[in-house]
Design a protein around this ligand. Structure first.
Ligand SMILES: [Zn+2]
Length: 426
């Protein structure tokens, strides 16, 4: 579809410029000058709107939106092993699909165009992504080892089957995701590393999310999770590490030397009582930092504006330095850094030749006025509800707050049905 966004204030790099944006073939064709022979199928007014690169959520588990507000105010291990994992045994693939649909609706409505998902239910995320028109990097969460050889093998086979089945989807790509050091033994992780090598896929893993995880790694391997993974050559592969809350100075040096990208999930880490990732220290080492929401079971929303706000504020508080992480740096983390972490070229900026993934934000909201500094407004004032139109892959997936690809009523109907099945009755 050929689209013109007319006369809009656009965030281009660290600046804002007033421009027309010409979109065709899923790409930003031009800013200001009409390309030769360009005939628009659609004209969108830029009046009272701000154009930003669609946000990139670098860590979530989309199906888990089914568990929103179901297991709150609990310590991490109790939350995971006593509450969440038994619920995962109750739901089936179709339930997971509706959880993913709910997540896609929430993410689109709060400005996210791309997300990185780690799932347990084959084809649920991919089918929801196809339907929604979002862009996603999908990975089957892999756990296994000597104690669960059959389960580990099954999960790897599911990962392989899914990436084969969806290999030609233009907006879907894949990673391999050993879940964590404490859920995969050494041989199993090495098997995944060999597969990543053979299929040229990046790796996605939880690292040092909780103090207990680091303690168990030290007792089992005599090394922190980062040291241990480095010792087996894990970081020779392009890696996206989620959380990285409990790191030593040596861990941070290793992540820097190996060019590991870190997905910060500040709200989930706070909510589960896991702590605060040393984002300022990682940032000072030049590590590529992106932002994730984690799942709605531990956040409890998938709203990247809220996550940007926490990222901007937390590290000022912990460092005692109000200039620690600027609003412009936070926006980069939520856009272009995310694209780099996910290995997607030409994504995360409003620039000619980049993918046409754009969020249009209404500035006709009290909290967005006056527009003294639009980039600051994104981290410090916006709630996400100001996003009124979303374009991903050059197609409009929301217009004036109405989803064009998803039927919200149908989603809520199915969510109600599944909530009853899980023991809720609202
Ligand atoms: Zn996670």
């Amino acid at each position: 579809m050929n689209i013109i966004i007319r006369d809009i204030l656009a965030v281009v790099g660290a600046e804002t410029v007033r421009s027309d944006i010409y979109i065709g073939n899923g790409t930003i064709l031009s800013l200001n000058e009409r390309p030769m022979g360009f005939v628009p199928d659609k004209v969108i007014s830029g009046a009272d709107r701000l154009a930003i690169p669609a946000l990139i959520n670098c860590h979530t588990h989309a199906y888990m939106s089914l568990f929103r507000n179901i297991a709150d105010d609990l310590p991490f291990n109790e939350w995971l092993f006593d509450r969440i994992m038994p619920l995962e045994d109750i739901i089936d693939g179709e339930d997971a699909y509706w959880g993913c649909m709910l997540s896609c609706a929430e993410m689109i409505k709060s400005g996210t165009g791309t997300f990185c998902d780690m799932h347990m239910f084959p084809n649920a995320t991919t089918e929801a992504v196809k339907k929604s028109g979002m862009r996603a990097v999908v990975s089957r969460g892999l756990s296994g080892g000597k104690n669960d050889a059959a389960g580990g093998a099954r999960r790897i086979n599911e990962a392989k089957a899914e990436l084969e089945r969806y290999s030609s989807e233009p907006l879907i790509s894949f990673m391999l995701a050993p879940h964590a050091v404490f859920t995969c033994d050494r041989d199993y992780i090495k098997e995944i590393m060999r597969l990543a090598e053979r299929l040229s896929l990046p790796l996605n893993i939880h690292i040092s999310e909780s103090a207990a995880e680091v303690k168990s790694s030290l007792s089992e391997y005599g090394q922190t999770p980062v040291e241990y993974l480095d010792s087996i050559g894990f970081f020779a592969h392009k890696t996206l590490a989620a959380h990285c809350v409990h790191l030593t100075e040596k861990d941070m040096d290793i992540l820097s030397q190996r060019n590991v990208s870190v997905a910060a999930n500040p709200k989930s880490n706070l909510k589960l009582g896991n702590g605060i990732a040393p984002i300022k220290a990682l940032h000072d080492r030049g590590i590529n930092i992106c932002i994730g929401t984690d799942s709605a079971a531990s956040n409890n929303s998938l709203n990247m504006f809220s996550e940007m706000n926490f990222t901007a504020l937390l590290h000022k508080g912990t460092s005692g330095d109000a200039s620690a992480i600027s609003s412009s740096e936070v926006l980069s983390m939520a856009t272009e850094n995310g694209a780099e972490a996910l290995g997607i070229d030409c994504l995360g900026k409003i620039e000619v030749g980049y993918k046409a993934d754009i969020a249009l934000i209404s500035t006709s909201n009290p909290q967005m006025q006056p527009m003294n500094n639009p980039i600051s407004a994104l981290s410090y004032s916006a709630t996400g509800g100001e996003v009124d139109t979303m374009i991903t892959g050059g197609e409009v997936v929301m217009e004036n707050r109405r989803l064009t690809t998803l039927d919200e009523e149908e989603i809520y109907h199915n969510i109600k049905r599944i909530t009853k099945k899980l023991g809720g009755n609202k």
